[in-house]
Design a protein around this ligand. Structure first.
Ligand SMILES: [Zn+2]
Length: 152
């Protein structure tokens, strides 16, 4: 196991980690590591399946969230769950929390699904999936995963 230095807080962490244990910043999103994920993973449009390993899939999801500019909250390669939060921007009362769910169908083949929910400033009670915005954000991350996996 090699150690890498977190570019955000400077803490030494395992290069196998998906996010920094000190500050939560995603690890493995440098250009060279992005190339590794892009070349070792692939997406098969016919079967709608991602090919690779579970660790690669988790890294792919983390990179996709970072690419679209949102925050990775947690990434767990064992359970295949990657959670993220979009920002609350001016003019919008809400952000979205999403979870990407990676499940292995057969060895080396993965299906990626997800679920989203709306976060509301001030705790107002509204429909949990207002205008389907939350699920659209999840779909955007999955689309980005397909884009990265299709590069090689
Ligand atoms: Zn850190």
């Amino acid at each position: 196991m090699a150690l890498v230095v977190c570019s955000e807080c400077g803490k030494e962490i395992s290069d196998k980690a998906l996010t920094c244990i000190g500050c939560g910043a995603p690890i493995g999103t440098s250009d060279s590591e992005k190339n590794i994920v892009a070349t070792r993973s692939s997406f098969d449009q016919k079967s709608e399946a991602f090919n690779g390993t579970k660790q690669l899939m988790a890294r792919l999801a983390v990179q996709a969230v970072v690419d679209v500019g949102w925050r990775v909250d947690s990434a767990d390669e064992a359970s295949g769950l990657v959670s993220f939060t979009t920002g609350m921007t001016w003019g919008s009362f809400s952000g979205v929390s999403g979870t990407i769910v990676i499940s292995e169908m057969t060895t080396g083949k993965f299906s990626v699904t997800g679920a989203g929910k709306q976060n509301v400033r001030g705790g107002q009670m509204i429909a949990p999936n207002l205008f389907n915005e939350a699920n659209k954000k999840v779909a955007k991350v999955i689309e980005q995963m397909k884009l990265i996996a299709s590069r090689s």
